[in-house]
Design a protein around this ligand. Structure first.
Ligand SMILES: [Mg+2]
Length: 265
């Protein structure tokens, strides 16, 4: 992946008014984009202001706002509630459309169980590591033990060595083995052929390597791609960090909400 060729612009040159109520579809990563990453995935906090901004944007766009995450769908719901959004979970392996129907790739659970057994036997007894089994995937979080990164990667490599149909994803302080090759780019494409997303131009924001597939899809469609934080990327805009991105999102939400109030008055 060549991530050096694109000229990336700072987010402050992108007007938050670029989100159009009838022409835009907004896709957002969750961890590291809408919330600060925490020691444990269960400890992240979505601020009421961010939830309020998401509510306004979703409403102004006729529901064309989705979260694209590595988490399970229900997990994201629990942070967003009472807001209930279309979500692609486990990097696109499961997807809940705007009509509420959950679609998912057929997952070979035997592969995941086998992988789980192998990892239990090698690495998961180490203190400070978090082992998370999801639908069609197993994630090994080492945020609590960054010193064990090499061991974790080696254990994962070893565990999947003779298994077919599994691929590894490296994220921030996490390595994940996932059944079949769905990715966040595929999830964005799938949403874009369904109402209320179809016919709209996508905007996507994310912070991690797994978001690059979605940036590629969005760039292809002349949409807006925003990388949150440092690191090589094919996104066209960069926010310095989560706070700057959330301020920008807040501005966009307030502007969209303003347009709606005028239309309805
Ligand atoms: Mg992220």
């Amino acid at each position: 992946m060549d991530l050096t060729a694109t000229m990336i612009k700072p987010l402050n040159v992108l007007s938050s008014r670029c989100i159009d109520p009838t022409r835009s579809a907004v896709f957002l990563d969750f961890d590291g984009t809408l919330v600060e990453i925490a020691e444990h995935p269960g400890l992240v906090k979505l601020s009421p202001d961010t939830r309020d901004a998401l509510t306004k944007i979703s409403s102004a766009l006729g529901g064309a706002l989705a979260v694209i995450t590595g988490r399970e769908i229900g997990d994201v719901d629990s942070f967003l509630k009472p807001l209930h959004l279309p979500v692609a979970g486990v990097h696109g392996l499961k997807r809940r459309s705007a009509d509420g129907v959950v679609r998912g790739a057929l997952v070979d659970d035997r592969l995941v169980s086998e992988l789980s057994d192998r990892l239990q036997n090698s690495i998961t007894d180490k203190e400070g590591l978090l082992f998370e089994q999801k639908t069609g995937s197993i994630a090994l979080h080492y945020r609590g033990r960054p010193d064990l990164e090499t061991e974790c990667v080696e254990a994962m490599d070893e565990a999947i060595r003779d298994m077919e149909g599994i691929h590894l994803i490296r994220g921030k302080m996490v390595i994940e083995a996932k059944v079949c090759a769905s990715d966040k780019g595929g999830a964005v494409k799938d949403f874009l052929i369904e109402p209320p997303f179809a016919g709209r131009t996508p905007l996507f924001a994310g912070d991690d390597v797994t978001d690059e597939d979605a940036f590629a899809v969005v760039n292809d469609r002349r949409g807006v791609s925003i990388k949150v934080g440092p690191g090589p990327t094919r996104a066209h805009y960069r926010a310095d960090g989560i706070p700057q991105f959330l301020d920008w999102l807040q501005d966009a939400a307030n502007h969209l909400d303003g347009i709606k109030s005028v239309e309805h008055s």
